[in-house]
Design a binder for this molecule. Structure first.
Ligand code: ATP
Ligand code: MN
Ligand code: MN
Length: 308
């Protein structure tokens, strides 16, 4: 992996060298943010970002013509990716396909060179794809929902999970909403996780039908928050913490401590500039301790009427 003429070696000797073509190409037209700046972002947050996706199948949102032009989701490995592992996994149709698995910084930077802007991991590792180790409750506010209500919804989920003895974590999506993340260790089969997440969302919608919906149809969502439980199945993804979003303003999905959620103004409160500034001050990840937590769904059983 050598530099090209268009890509002079970086001043920072600690930075892994990688090939970057068209570094001056504009990726975010409204902000004038270039491909070089996107690459600089990912290398500057690498120590935090890499663990979020390493070893998991990951889907990419690739934007070859920049934000505002059509982007496409890619979940399969393709020719030309030298640093990204191809891991064979079975698909719903019964066939096998090569999935993308990142293991190091060089793989991330190769994908950036391939115009990947967003990174969306599975809630499972590639070596145990049938065992979920992260459940994501994706809070999607419909039209006319105040941000304070999205925050309240996240806290409500946290409180309900706490009653079940389960610790959870929160992040901004970089878009409209929040994600509440529930780690499982040991991991749990998707056929347990999926009905649990669905039953949990249904229970919230039944208890407070004016605030929450748990059905995927869009028409009943005005003024309500959709508790999107559909992120929780084999092959489903949600955006990685620290991933850029292909949306105006170059926002970033940002993990938070629960005690700082009240000071955050929106799902897109952090962006390509403010995120690294915030992270430079960190001594610890806002989700510090998540990997040491031992909890699973065994003790929950059918508490929520979540029968498959
Ligand atoms: P927002 O807060 O604006 O809802 P979000 O990232 O939660 O941002 P959603 O539309 O709720 O966006 O989608 C949730 C997740 O579903 C995404 O993060 C992504 O991983 C997955 N997803 C969305 N669109 C696609 C797609 N076309 N193909 C595959 N997965 C997708
Ligand atoms: Mn969402
Ligand atoms: Mn959603």
């Amino acid at each position: 992996h050598r530099s090209t003429a268009a890509d002079p070696p970086d001043e920072d000797p600690g930075r892994a060298e990688f090939r970057l073509t068209s570094p001056t190409r504009i990726v975010y037209p409204d902000q004038g943010i270039t491909k070089r700046q996107v690459a600089d972002y990912y290398s500057s947050v690498m120590e935090w970002f890499l663990p979020e996706i390493a070893g998991r199948p990951v889907s990419l949102l690739r934007c070859t013509q920049g934000v505002g032009r059509p982007c496409f989701f890619q979940k399969h490995h393709t020719a030309g990716l030298e640093n990204v592992d191809a891991v064979k996994l079975k698909e719903e149709a019964g066939n096998q396909a090569d999935y993308l698995v990142v293991r190091d910084a060089a793989a991330v930077m190769e994908l950036v060179q391939f115009n990947a802007l967003e990174f969306h991991p599975w809630g499972a590792h590639a070596d145990a794809p049938d065992r979920a180790d992260r459940i994501v409750f994706d809070l999607d506010p419909g039209p006319n929902v105040a941000w304070a209500d999205v925050v309240d919804a996240a806290r409500k989920i946290r409180g309900l999970l706490e009653q079940l003895g389960l610790a959870s974590f929160v992040r901004t999506s970089g878009g409209k909403g929040l994600h509440v993340v529930l780690p499982l260790n040991p991991g749990c089969d998707w056929d347990v996780v999926k009905p649990f997440a669905h039953g949990f969302a249904d229970a919230m919608a039944q208890t407070e039908p004016l605030k929450f919906v748990a059905t995927a149809t869009k028409k009943f969502r005005t003024g309500k928050i959709f508790i999107d439980y559909l992120r929780n199945g084999r092959g489903a993804t949600s955006v990685a913490s620290f991933s850029l979003r292909a949306r105006d303003g170059a926002p970033v999905a940002m993990p938070l401590r629960w005690d700082e959620l009240g000071r955050v103004k929106s799902g897109a409160a952090f962006d390509i500039d403010s995120a690294p500034r915030r992270m430079k001050r960190w001594k610890a990840h806002p989700w510090e301790g998540i990997d040491a937590i031992r909890q699973d769904l065994d003790q929950v059983g059918d508490l929520l009427g979540a029968d498959a």
